[in-house]
Design a protein around this ligand. Structure first.
Ligand code: FRU
Length: 572
């Protein structure tokens, strides 16, 4: 049976959606339209027949004016559906649409707050996609006074699949506006029953001030762990950054010793030498490695060397390759950041850890200045970190996930980003991470202690707790409305965290430290811990505590202690 609604659309309005034929159409076709748009009597867009696999569709209403949409809900299965006016979208964002019970439900930006708040498991201080699956942050950049976030996105459901680049924009790194999907796979991977697509990559501002993106395309892949091909591409975006204007293959083959893992380019320009450089994640003869490439023009790339090769230990404990390498200058030094996918730490059982090493970079050689790799997050739900330079700061965000625990089925989305963090170096050349200061403006009010060391939290609202003093031996317990709890404790000189999912098989603990200060944020299941001015960080995502009712501290020597309740970033 057909449903009909009237729509109004300004000149240039664009509709984009992903749809397929329902597996078992619930009723006989009654001669209704699968999906038709009419301007007056004239059909301006019609899907004659839908394929059984998802497919991308788009219509631009160049003429403007009223439209009639007719569709048959028994036949069409829509996943993501939105409309936007390209001239206004940078401010207004897209309007998400849903065909539901014969109606067209529109969700413009003014309604996002209610959408985000109504999901009890949805963090309120952090970015998450409106719906569907998200993983790594990509293409981070600061253009014309605004921050752009691109991210690994699977638009058709809340599971990982053929990769696209989602896109959002922000003035402050906390409040985001959703924009249209930016990149798509080279071909329809759903119909091939393959994975792959537009994998991770980064933004790069060239010597001429022009913005480019470099990213990996995983060509249609039929095995998740081997025998795939990854190539590197360069995208020149349209002026408004809404779509790729040119997309060019720039690098096909890895060096001898490398195999199928060859991805996640990060590019920079060496102004002193007038050359381009790129790092890529790979494995050399099975050892996780960061590869260095060079170019005179940003298009023609040549292999230079292995910038970093992980000691044997990592391969022996399951590490398959480096993912999402980052390489940047910070306070006169150079920092490598990388994830070892597949790795299991034999002492604690934690997986896929993220590491940093600080050194010098001269004549294309990286010389470490610290003896060992620095573990970047003892909680492990902080992966695929990407950093970029803006307003003279190196800012990083990461994906709050580690594959160990999954979001319970039935949620309209999966995947969140960490708080934006500002990177620094301490006196021992360790990388430090602290939340970008914009979080202070999001505080709603201070929380007072009900009794000594006991804070009552506001249901569903994010909370920050900051402590300083002699904190060795401290224990902090967060209790949820449903009887579940988490514990952060300083035990035998190490910080450890335990959430309701933990059975004890994996130990989430830091390297040894004398604990001098600690700030923690809890936000509907996300726990981010910053200790000793950001030298030690721990991030956990629990799906068992959405609402925190209380925080209890046990310690003898707290010099200062403050707690804040937060507003949602999705507020107008
Ligand atoms: C890291 C990663 C990247 C890859 C992307 C694919 O999480 O595996 O190496 O480019 O995700 O979605």
């Amino acid at each position: 049976m057909s449903n009909i609604v009237e729509l109004d659309a300004t000149r240039g309005t664009r509709f984009e959606f992903w749809a397929r034929r329902k597996e078992k159409p619930e009723a006989e076709r009654t001669g209704g339209e699968v999906f038709t748009l009419r301007a007056g009597e004239r059909i301006v867009y019609r899907i004659a027949a839908l394929p059984p696999s998802f497919q991308f569709y788009a219509y631009t209403h160049h003429a403007g004016g009223p439209l009639t949409l007719e569709w048959d809900e028994n036949i069409i299965e829509m996943s993501l559906f939105y409309r936007f006016d390209p001239a206004q979208v940078a401010e207004e964002g897209v309007t998400f649409l849903e065909l539901q019970g014969g109606r067209l439900v529109a969700r413009p930006k003014e309604t996002w707050r209610a959408w985000y708040e109504s999901d009890p498991d949805r963090p309120q201080l952090r970015f998450s996609p409106f719906q569907a699956w998200m993983n790594d942050p990509n293409g981070l950049c600061f253009v014309d006074g605004r921050y752009h976030l691109f991210y690994q996105f699977h638009p058709v459901d809340a599971e990982w699949g053929p990769m696209h680049w989602g896109h959002a924009v922000s003035d402050d790194l906390y409040r985001w506006t959703h924009l249209p999907v930016f990149l798509q796979p080279e071909q329809n991977l759903w119909s091939l029953r393959a994975t792959g697509g537009a994998f991770s990559g980064s933004a790069f501002v060239g010597p001429d001030g022009g913005l480019n993106f470099y990213y990996t395309e995983r060509l249609p892949a039929y095995d998740l762990f081997k025998d795939y091909k990854e190539v590197q591409k360069r995208v020149v975006p349209s002026k408004d950054l809404l779509r790729p204007e040119a997309n060019r293959l720039v690098l096909i083959d890895g060096p001898p010793g490398s195999a199928h893992d060859f991805r996640d380019p990060k590019v920079w320009y060496d102004a002193a030498r007038g050359v381009y450089r790129m790092v890529l994640g790979a494995a050399i003869d099975g050892d996780p490695s960061v590869l260095l490439y060079g170019s005179e023009d940003g298009v023609d790339w040549k292999y230079l060397s292995v910038l970093y090769r992980a000691p044997e230990h990592y391969r022996q404990h399951g590490a398959r390759c480096v993912e999402c390498p980052d390489f940047f200058e910070l306070e006169g030094r150079f920092v490598i950041v990388m994830g070892f996918v597949g790795y299991t730490d034999p002492e604690t059982g934690r997986h896929n850890l993220l590491y940093a090493q600080v050194g010098e970079f001269e004549d294309d050689r990286f010389t470490p200045l610290t003896p060992a790799l620095q573990e970047l997050d003892f909680g492990t739900d902080f992966y695929a970190m990407q950093s970029f330079r803006a307003k003279e700061r190196q800012i990083a965000v990461a994906w709050l996930f580690n594959w160990e625990f999954r979001k319970p089925a039935g949620s309209p989305y999966s995947g969140e980003l960490s708080l934006p963090r500002v990177l620094g170096l301490d006196a021992q050349l360790r990388l430090t991470m602290l939340p970008e200061e914009g979080y202070r403006a999001l505080r709603s009010h201070a929380l007072t202690q009900a009794t000594r060391g006991h804070f009552v939290c506001e249901p569903g609202q994010p909370i920050e707790l900051s402590l300083a003093g002699t904190l060795d031996g401290i224990r902090i317990v967060g209790r949820g409305g449903d009887g579940e709890s988490f514990t952060i404790a300083h035990v035998s000189g190490r910080l450890q965290v335990r959430v309701a999912e933990d059975t004890g098989e994996i130990e989430y603990r830091s390297t040894p430290l004398v604990l001098e200060n600690l700030t923690l944020f809890f936000d509907r299941g996300v726990l981010e811990i910053f200790a000793n001015d950001g030298v030690v960080c721990g991030t956990r995502r629990t799906y068992k505590i959405a609402t925190l009712t209380s925080l209890e501290l046990a310690s003898s020597d707290i010099e200062s202690c403050e707690a804040w309740s937060y507003n949602s970033v999705w507020r107008d």
